[in-house]
Design a protein. Structure first.
Length: 466
């Protein structure tokens, strides 16, 4: 397995080089040169594996044997040893035909832990093996930052800086990032929204001289290893539901709350690998650029809106280019033209034929604020299950997009304690886990900066040279 850019100007590179490159040097996103195909016999054999064993099996198709088996196993075991459930990503049955994949049992109570705990181990491994200085730079709409910081806090050879939009993440998300007292952690609270943070991150990675001289490494889902790690729980969830239904369920829908298209692209990759996936249901909120694309074939950012599901308050989805690459026939030159057009004009439109292909693979529903709150209240009343607002969007999308008689797995991407602001609006009082309630007594450390690239660079220069 080798890795290439969606824009065609990065030659075939190895797994560790792809991991360290993050954003492709030509501004595109790295993808495998071919998608591995998993046979039905192999899928059946995988049903009996533990989560950690399944990680190792799936990773083996992507890592090119560049990491000794014992080292990879040690990293995987360390990554998931901190999870509060022995299954790592357990599946709960809510009612007939609907299951919930709980992805919030990691140290920061969000699905980002599943990939980022491994990436933290991997960055530490590379830093030690290659004697490299690594400066991780990322943007967050809330959950990525806390999980990334948790993955590398205090680790030798690594510094991490996370940009988050000031006042546009939940209080718990902010506290999880800013109460970490480590010399290798810098939190920048940026005036603007997540798209502003993400744009500046991409600009810094696109400046190859700056990227090289400052040893930049990517933690956002522009890094393919994030996608690869998230692919695992689609397989694991399918196997758990199959076993609960006698071993053979045919195709299963997955409903995915998403703003940056990373988590649902992992589901698309799993489907392309051979997992029997029916619909991939894209659940979004009022920032519904992706819903419009799936329904109309037009990708055009609108006005930013703050919602009850802030981790999805994103207009420009950084992983969307990966899907475009595949749906448009892996035409790297065409993708480069389209992305240049998008940069110049702010809009992409695809052909009717391409749109039909999109709609054969995806359904979508943009969940408005009251619908989100109503879903939280409804499931608490009927089933005694408290959903966070992002997970509620996933459930609401299933109710709109799945047909009667189909089996659907909806992704629960965060613990409700992280979004108590929305939960209280539903008239529900919840008790916080100790790990979260203790955050409110800790001092915070963050620097407020204007949403200008030169201000970010000034802070980074000071941090890297300290």
């Amino acid at each position: 397995m080798e890795y290439i850019s969606t824009r065609g100007k990065v030659g075939k590179i190895g797994f560790i080089d792809a991991f360290m490159m993050g954003l492709a040097d030509d501004g595109g996103l790295l993808v495998p040169s071919e998608i591995p195909q998993i046979s039905a016999e192999t899928l059946k054999a995988w049903q009996e594996l533990s989560y950690q064993e399944l990680v190792l099996e799936i990773f083996s198709y992507y890592t090119n044997n560049e990491i000794p088996e014992a080292d990879l196993k040690a990293m995987v075991e360390a990554s998931y040893s901190t999870f509060r459930d022995p299954e790592v990503t357990p599946v709960r049955r809510l009612h007939d035909g609907l299951y919930l994949l709980e992805l919030f049992h990691g140290p920061t109570f969000a699905f980002k832990d599943i990939a980022l705990q491994f990436m933290g181990q991997f960055y530490s491994y590379v830093a030690a093996k290659q004697g490299k200085k690594i400066h991780i730079l990322g943007a967050t709409s809330g959950d990525t930052g806390a999980s990334a910081i948790e993955g590398v806090r205090g680790k030798d050879g690594i510094k991490i800086c996370i940009l988050h939009p000031n006042g546009k993440v939940s209080k718990v998300q902010e506290l999880q990032m800013t109460t970490v007292k480590e010399d290798n952690v810098l939190n920048l609270s940026v005036e603007g929204n997540f798209d502003d943070c993400q744009r500046m991150i991409k600009e810094l990675f696109a400046d190859l001289d700056y990227k090289s001289s400052n040893h930049l490494a990517a933690i956002n889902s522009i890094n393919f290893v994030r996608i690869m790690a998230q692919t695992v729980y689609y397989f694991y969830a399918y196997f758990q539901v199959a076993k609960a239904n006698g071993g053979d369920v045919g195709k299963v829908n997955f409903s995915v709350p998403t703003g940056n298209f990373g988590d649902i692209f992992a589901g698309y990759l799993a489907k392309r690998m051979g997992l029997p996936v029916g619909k991939l249901i894209l659940a979004t909120n009022e920032n519904n650029i992706l819903e419009r694309f799936i329904q109309e074939g037009v990708y055009m950012p609108g006005d930013f809106r703050a919602t009850y599901s802030p981790s999805m308050d994103i207009q420009v989805a950084s992983n969307f280019e990966r899907y475009l690459y595949y749906v448009l026939g892996e035409d790297a030159e065409g993708i480069e033209r389209l992305m240049a057009q998008f940069k110049a004009e702010g809009e992409i439109s695809i052909s009717e034929d391409a749109l039909r292909k999109v709609q054969s693979e995806f359904a979508a529903h943009g969940v408005l604020g009251q619908e989100c709150l109503d879903t939280i209240a409804d499931y608490q009343t009927k089933y005694g299950y408290l959903l966070d607002p992002h997970s509620a969007c996933g459930i609401a999308a299933v109710q709109q997009c799945a047909d009667e008689g189909e089996i659907s797995i909806s992704l629960a991407t965060a613990h409700p304690a992280k979004f108590d602001e929305a939960i209280r609006l539903c008239g529900i009082e919840q008790s916080f886990p100790n790990e979260i309630s203790s955050l409110f007594d800790k001092p915070q450390s963050q620097i407020l900066v204007d949403g200008k690239l030169e201000d970010i660079v000034a802070q980074l220069d000071q941090f890297y040279n300290a």
